[in-house]
Design a binder for this molecule. Structure first.
Ligand code: NAD
Length: 338
């Protein structure tokens, strides 16, 4: 019986890379029944809503989605459809692996990191306002960073459980507790408590975020699984994508207790949309994370092998990877290897 998965093709290059990904997964025998739904600009065009009820209902039913990049229409009530999806399904863990795949673009060798970012708290709760002083209504602005014991514990525990499940050796907790003694201090305290439960199985260390940024550039191979709060995770996960050759091969998963949504880290790439030259690699790797999550790791391994083989072969690379192949040619080369 095929597993049902919600597919949101997305905007810009989204439909073309989604189509490529579906073709590759079908060729690999993933046995998925796709429930195709719209969101973002495509949702506005079809239902006058960037996050239509039909799409939410589908994810509630399937508990799994593969999502292309979405354009968040300005002035439609949502700050971002992506943020709204994380809130609606309480997708508290954002998981972004970064592994060296492309030879010619690398500045570093053999990088294999996983960033686990808290996805629902911190400065991104959107609680901010202007403060009027005298006649100036915008004399100051205040943003609240919310860190809870519950939110910290579940993300750090997620990072340790991920390390155990994937045979990884070390978890590095990144914080700024030296300055933000309450909010970041709570995150660090909870992290140390959780780490005790894994003593002897997974090594634990903490790093201050500014020093971490430098160490990731100087010695990225020192790190393994990294766990941090929302804003720091947002910034450092793009940094680690850069270490392994950029956005074209950077996948991500947004994971909650009941639902999970997998996506490429990049956006809709309006500059190349419709030209047939987008690299579907990041969405294909996101689909592999989803297959792992579904317990179909054998299919995921086959797809990753075919993608890596195509990258190493080098004859059918898209432009962002230094080649001249179209999205279809790159996709066909992966399918041929399957
Ligand atoms: P972007 O990631 O879309 O593009 C940045 C650059 O990378 C562009 O030059 C683009 O051509 C290139 N690029 C990105 N993905 C590529 C791919 N698969 N193959 C080849 N080249 C690729 O970032 P942006 O221009 O800042 O954002 C465009 C839109 O995407 C905005 O509306 C933004 O809100 C949205 N966005 C959505 C998501 C998401 O849905 N997860 C994430 C980021 C941005």
């Amino acid at each position: 019986m095929p597993t049902q998965v919600t597919l949101i093709p997305g905007d810009g290059i989204g439909p073309s890379i989604s189509d490529a990904t579906v073709r590759i997964l079908d060729a690999a025998g993933a046995d998925i029944q796709w429930d195709v739904q719209v969101a973002g600009q495509a949702g506005v065009t079809r239902w006058h809503d960037p996050m239509p009820d039909a799409t939410l209902d589908s994810i509630k039913r399937t508990c799994l989605a593969l999502k292309g990049p979405l354009e968040t229409p300005v002035g439609q009530g949502f700050r971002s459809v992506n943020v709204a999806l994380r809130k609606t399904f309480d997708l508290y863990a954002n998981v972004r692996p970064a592994r060296t795949l492309v030879e010619h673009k690398r500045r570093y060798e053999d990088i294999d990191l996983v960033m686990i970012r808290e996805n629902t708290e911190g400065l991104y709760i959107g609680n901010e306002h202007y403060i009027q002083i005298g006649n100036d209504p915008k004399a100051a602005a205040e943003s609240i960073a919310l860190i809870t014991r519950h939110g910290s514990e579940r993300i750090v525990r997620y990072a340790f459980d991920y390390a155990v499940a994937h045979g990884r050796k070390k978890v590095t907790l990144v914080h700024k507790a030296n300055i933000l003694k309450y909010s970041q201090g709570l995150f660090l305290d909870v992290g140390r408590e959780v780490a005790r439960d894994y003593a002897g199985r997974v090594e634990f260390e903490d790093q201050i975020v500014d020093a971490m940024a430098m160490k990731l550039v100087l010695q990225p191979e020192r790190f393994d699984v990294i766990v941090t709060t929302n804003l720091f995770g947002d910034i450092l996960s793009d940094l680690i994508s850069g270490l392994v050759g950029g956005l074209g091969l950077a996948p991500g998963g947004n994971i909650g207790r009941t639902a999970a949504i997998f996506e490429a880290v990049h956006g809709t790439a309006p500059d190349i949309a419709g030209k047939g030259i987008a690299n579907p690699g990041a969405l294909v790797l996101a689909a592999c994370m989803m297959l792992d999550h579904m317990g179909k790791s054998d299919v995921a391994t086959r797809v990753r092998g075919a993608l890596e083989g195509t990258l190493k072969d080098g004859r059918s690379l898209t432009r962002d990877l230094g080649g001249a192949a179209s999205t279809d040619e790159f996709t066909n080369a992966i399918i041929a290897r399957l």
